[in-house]
Design a protein around this ligand. Structure first.
Ligand code: GLV
Ligand code: MG
Length: 360
């Protein structure tokens, strides 16, 4: 790949004294990444009480924070992070875009002040590997200076046409790469899509059934069913493949219609089924939706365990309830069982539900 480091150097720290890069991105549950505005005192005050109720708390410094509040948001995040014990909950931040006047101060302030508490830095509007290389080197320099003993990971938002075109090289640009999120609002604008929403579907994006025929003649006046299609299917599918290929994690992004919990759940579930591990939450009620959707159901876990048990050494084929199971369906079931184990380790309610599954 043009511009990439040779294999022998890929895992070398990019600054003298910076922590060793990770060889494998830890599979930490991150079903909901809950966004808060650290410059909003009311929102910030709720953060300590949310620890333990959500997998990831993210202090947002970028879009949705007014230009006049950028410094207050950055300083607010430092204050909250220093005062809070996050326990099992991860702390992430979304920094300002690389072409903004704020991002350098974001990083040079946050890393020395709270670098030991920050798990992941989310970078918006990533266009190509060069953006990740810039962040990678800067983080290494700041980590070395701050004497940090573990690297801060990097998450890119896929929200430009060029970013989508370069998605594979972005995922493979650094061992810091933790994952990707879909940024449907910026992506729609950058692509010049004719939508005005933040995530979700659109009633105009549909297919229509063929007209009924009478004596071989199409009746174009007849009413016909239409089926809304998913505007984001193509992008999410590309993200999932790029992430899987590089051993990192794909996420849905924002769903802006907070009141439409049903459509929100549908979008999240499509992403889960396609391979995403989590999503953003813009309101506390979306946390519950994300936790439900991105945790395998007890029915799925029960079935997966049955297949694992029936497949013995994992080779060959068996019939279960009239359906053929083989090495490949076993591998799918193992994904489900493994995810259930990871989630049970941090979510006592889920653990109780999974433990209660009867072995058939
Ligand atoms: C998120 O940042 C988006 O643009 O959708
Ligand atoms: Mg955006």
């Amino acid at each position: 790949m043009t511009g990439s480091r040779p294999a022998k150097d890929f895992f070398r720290p990019l600054a003298v004294g910076a922590p060793e890069p990770v060889r494998e991105v830890p599979a930490r549950p991150s079903r909901a990444i809950h966004f808060f505005d650290p410059s909003n005192a009311k929102m910030a005050a709720k953060v300590p009480d949310m620890v333990g109720t959500v997998d990831v708390l993210l202090g947002n410094l970028e879009d949705a924070v007014k230009a006049d509040n950028k410094v207050a948001a950055r300083e607010g995040l430092v204050e909250i992070a220093q005062a809070t014990d996050f326990g099992p909950t991860q702390l992430w931040t979304r920094i300002n875009a690389l072409d903004s006047p704020w991002v350098l101060d974001d990083l040079t302030t946050l890393v020395p002040a709270i670098g030991d508490k920050l798990d992941v830095v989310m970078v918006p509007k990533v266009q190509g590997a060069e953006d990740i290389h810039y962040i990678d080197r800067l983080l290494a320099q700041l980590e070395a200076k701050a004497g940090l003993d573990r690297p801060i990971l990097v998450h890119a938002i896929l929200e430009t046409a060029r970013g989508v075109a370069n998605v594979e090289e972005i995922c493979g640009a650094s061992p810091r790469m933790q994952g990707l999120s879909l940024g449907p609002a910026d992506l729609a604008a950058d692509r010049r899509m004719k939508t005005t929403r933040v995530g979700g579907g659109h009633p105009g994006y549909l297919v229509r059934e063929d007209p009924p025929r009478v004596d071989g003649v199409a009746n174009l006046e007849a009413s016909r069913s239409t089926y809304q299609q998913d505007l984001w299917h193509y992008t999410i599918a590309r993200m999932v493949d790029a992430c899987a290929m590089h051993g990192i994690y794909p996420y849905y992004g924002p769903f802006g219609d907070i009141s439409d919990v049903v459509a929100c759940e549908d979008q999240f579930r499509n992403a889960f089924l396609l391979g995403c591990v989590g999503t953003w939450s813009l309101h506390p009620k979306q946390i519950a939706i994300a936790n439900r959707v991105f945790s395998p159901s007890t029915e799925d876990v029960a079935h997966a365990r049955r297949v694992v048990a029936a497949m013995g050494d994992g080779t060959g084929a068996v019939m279960l309830d009239g359906k053929m199971e083989d090495d490949a369906s076993l591998k799918q079931c193992l994904v489900m069982v493994e995810l259930a184990e990871q989630l049970a380790a941090i979510d006592p309610e889920l653990k109780a539900a999974y433990d209660a599954i009867e072995v058939a």
